[in-house]
Design a protein around this ligand. Structure first.
Ligand code: FES
Ligand code: FES
Length: 181
Protein backbone atom coordinates (compact mmCIF):
# COMPACT_ATOMS: atom_id res chain seq x y z
CA UNK A 1 0.00 0.00 0.00
CA UNK A 2 1.16 3.52 -0.69
CA UNK A 3 1.53 5.71 2.36
CA UNK A 4 2.39 9.39 2.42
CA UNK A 5 3.08 11.45 5.53
CA UNK A 6 5.19 14.36 6.61
CA UNK A 7 8.02 13.32 8.90
CA UNK A 8 10.03 16.05 10.59
CA UNK A 9 8.88 18.53 7.96
CA UNK A 10 9.73 16.36 4.97
CA UNK A 11 7.15 14.53 2.87
CA UNK A 12 7.77 10.80 2.80
CA UNK A 13 5.94 8.45 0.45
CA UNK A 14 6.54 4.72 0.11
CA UNK A 15 4.92 1.50 -0.91
CA UNK A 16 4.76 -0.52 2.32
CA UNK A 17 3.36 -3.75 3.67
CA UNK A 18 -0.06 -3.06 5.23
CA UNK A 19 1.16 -4.68 8.46
CA UNK A 20 4.26 -2.46 8.77
CA UNK A 21 4.25 -0.59 12.08
CA UNK A 22 4.89 3.13 12.18
CA UNK A 23 7.98 2.55 14.32
CA UNK A 24 9.34 0.14 11.71
CA UNK A 25 8.61 2.63 8.97
CA UNK A 26 10.50 5.35 10.83
CA UNK A 27 13.46 3.16 11.72
CA UNK A 28 13.80 0.77 8.81
CA UNK A 29 12.42 2.71 5.85
CA UNK A 30 13.38 6.28 6.79
CA UNK A 31 16.46 5.39 8.87
CA UNK A 32 15.27 7.46 11.83
CA UNK A 33 16.66 5.18 14.52
CA UNK A 34 16.30 7.72 17.31
CA UNK A 35 12.88 6.22 17.90
CA UNK A 36 13.63 3.20 20.05
CA UNK A 37 11.81 -0.09 20.51
CA UNK A 38 11.76 -1.26 24.10
CA UNK A 39 8.96 -3.77 24.31
CA UNK A 40 7.00 -3.92 21.06
CA UNK A 41 3.88 -4.51 23.15
CA UNK A 42 2.74 -0.94 23.86
CA UNK A 43 4.06 -1.00 27.43
CA UNK A 44 7.26 1.05 27.61
CA UNK A 45 6.81 4.23 25.58
CA UNK A 46 10.33 4.13 24.13
CA UNK A 47 8.79 4.38 20.66
CA UNK A 48 6.77 7.53 21.39
CA UNK A 49 6.53 10.08 18.57
CA UNK A 50 4.21 12.98 17.89
CA UNK A 51 1.44 12.39 15.36
CA UNK A 52 -0.34 15.64 14.56
CA UNK A 53 1.03 16.98 17.85
CA UNK A 54 -0.23 14.12 20.02
CA UNK A 55 2.15 11.64 21.63
CA UNK A 56 1.63 8.19 20.17
CA UNK A 57 3.39 4.90 20.82
CA UNK A 58 4.51 4.17 17.30
CA UNK A 59 4.58 0.40 17.89
CA UNK A 60 0.81 0.53 18.30
CA UNK A 61 0.08 2.20 14.97
CA UNK A 62 0.38 0.89 11.46
CA UNK A 63 2.34 3.07 9.08
CA UNK A 64 -0.68 3.25 6.80
CA UNK A 65 -2.75 4.62 9.68
CA UNK A 66 -0.49 7.67 9.66
CA UNK A 67 -1.50 8.47 6.10
CA UNK A 68 -1.52 12.25 5.68
CA UNK A 69 -0.27 12.85 9.22
CA UNK A 70 2.39 15.21 10.46
CA UNK A 71 4.87 13.06 12.39
CA UNK A 72 7.67 14.33 14.60
CA UNK A 73 10.38 11.99 15.81
CA UNK A 74 13.19 12.97 18.14
CA UNK A 75 15.35 13.84 15.13
CA UNK A 76 12.92 16.59 14.19
CA UNK A 77 12.61 18.29 17.55
CA UNK A 78 15.66 20.52 17.60
CA UNK A 79 15.86 23.59 15.36
CA UNK A 80 19.17 22.96 13.69
CA UNK A 81 21.83 23.14 16.40
CA UNK A 82 19.37 24.60 18.89
CA UNK A 83 17.92 21.91 21.12
CA UNK A 84 14.25 22.08 21.99
CA UNK A 85 13.68 23.55 25.49
CA UNK A 86 12.58 20.14 26.79
CA UNK A 87 15.80 18.60 25.51
CA UNK A 88 17.78 21.38 27.19
CA UNK A 89 15.94 20.75 30.46
CA UNK A 90 16.62 17.00 30.33
CA UNK A 91 20.31 17.75 29.88
CA UNK A 92 20.46 20.38 32.61
CA UNK A 93 18.45 18.37 35.14
CA UNK A 94 20.23 15.08 34.36
CA UNK A 95 16.98 13.51 33.22
CA UNK A 96 18.69 10.62 31.51
CA UNK A 97 21.28 7.96 32.15
CA UNK A 98 21.47 5.26 29.47
CA UNK A 99 19.20 7.36 27.28
CA UNK A 100 17.14 4.51 25.91
CA UNK A 101 13.82 5.90 27.13
CA UNK A 102 14.81 9.49 26.46
CA UNK A 103 13.53 10.13 22.92
CA UNK A 104 10.10 8.82 23.85
CA UNK A 105 10.16 10.51 27.23
CA UNK A 106 11.08 13.87 25.71
CA UNK A 107 8.35 13.67 23.08
CA UNK A 108 5.78 12.60 25.67
CA UNK A 109 6.85 15.60 27.75
CA UNK A 110 6.52 17.94 24.77
CA UNK A 111 2.97 16.71 24.23
CA UNK A 112 2.19 16.99 27.95
CA UNK A 113 3.40 20.58 28.13
CA UNK A 114 1.48 21.51 24.99
CA UNK A 115 -1.70 20.42 26.75
CA UNK A 116 -0.74 21.65 30.22
CA UNK A 117 1.98 24.33 30.14
CA UNK A 118 2.25 24.59 33.96
CA UNK A 119 1.73 21.08 35.32
CA UNK A 120 2.11 20.13 38.95
CA UNK A 121 4.59 17.45 39.92
CA UNK A 122 1.72 14.96 40.19
CA UNK A 123 0.42 15.93 36.76
CA UNK A 124 3.87 15.33 35.27
CA UNK A 125 4.12 11.93 36.91
CA UNK A 126 0.64 10.97 35.75
CA UNK A 127 1.22 12.38 32.29
CA UNK A 128 4.36 10.34 31.78
CA UNK A 129 3.18 7.12 33.43
CA UNK A 130 3.03 5.37 30.06
CA UNK A 131 6.76 5.89 29.59
CA UNK A 132 9.07 3.61 31.55
CA UNK A 133 12.64 4.34 32.59
CA UNK A 134 14.82 1.64 34.09
CA UNK A 135 17.63 3.98 35.14
CA UNK A 136 16.72 7.30 36.66
CA UNK A 137 14.03 6.61 39.24
CA UNK A 138 12.06 9.32 37.44
CA UNK A 139 13.00 12.09 39.88
CA UNK A 140 15.24 13.99 37.48
CA UNK A 141 12.86 13.41 34.60
CA UNK A 142 10.08 15.07 36.57
CA UNK A 143 12.46 17.89 37.45
CA UNK A 144 13.33 18.32 33.79
CA UNK A 145 9.72 18.60 32.72
CA UNK A 146 8.88 21.04 35.50
CA UNK A 147 11.98 23.04 34.64
CA UNK A 148 11.01 23.11 30.98
CA UNK A 149 7.67 24.55 32.05
CA UNK A 150 9.49 27.45 33.70
CA UNK A 151 8.88 26.34 37.28
CA UNK A 152 11.55 26.22 39.97
CA UNK A 153 12.62 22.71 40.89
CA UNK A 154 15.00 23.59 43.73
CA UNK A 155 12.47 22.52 46.36
CA UNK A 156 12.41 18.97 44.97
CA UNK A 157 16.02 18.51 46.06
CA UNK A 158 15.34 19.69 49.62
CA UNK A 159 14.70 16.91 52.13
CA UNK A 160 13.31 17.88 55.51
CA UNK A 161 15.40 16.80 58.53
CA UNK A 162 14.21 13.43 59.79
CA UNK A 163 12.03 12.88 56.74
CA UNK A 164 12.47 10.28 54.04
CA UNK A 165 10.04 12.15 51.84
CA UNK A 166 11.15 14.93 49.58
CA UNK A 167 8.77 17.90 49.58
CA UNK A 168 6.63 18.51 46.56
CA UNK A 169 5.88 21.60 44.61
CA UNK A 170 3.04 23.66 46.00
CA UNK A 171 -0.28 21.96 45.59
CA UNK A 172 1.19 18.59 44.74
CA UNK A 173 0.44 15.69 47.04
CA UNK A 174 2.80 13.08 45.72
CA UNK A 175 3.54 10.26 48.14
CA UNK A 176 6.86 9.00 49.49
CA UNK A 177 6.99 6.07 47.14
CA UNK A 178 6.92 8.36 44.13
CA UNK A 179 9.37 11.12 44.90
CA UNK A 180 12.97 10.03 44.63
CA UNK A 181 11.99 6.40 44.44
S1 FES B 1 8.26 -0.22 22.00
FE1 FES B 1 6.34 0.79 21.79
S2 FES B 1 5.58 0.94 23.80
FE2 FES B 1 7.46 -0.19 24.05
S1 FES C 1 17.66 6.67 31.07
FE1 FES C 1 17.94 4.52 30.86
S2 FES C 1 15.92 3.80 30.47
FE2 FES C 1 15.64 5.89 31.01
Amino acid sequence: MQVTMTVNGVVASHDVEPRLLLVQYLREVLGLTGTNIGCDTSSCGACTVLVDGESVKSCTVLAVQAEGADVTSIEGLAAGDDLHPVQVAFREQHGLQCGYCTPGMVLAAVSLLAENPQPTEREVREGLEGNLCRCTGYHNIVKAVLSASGQSVAILDTVRPGSTTAPTLSGATTGATEVGS
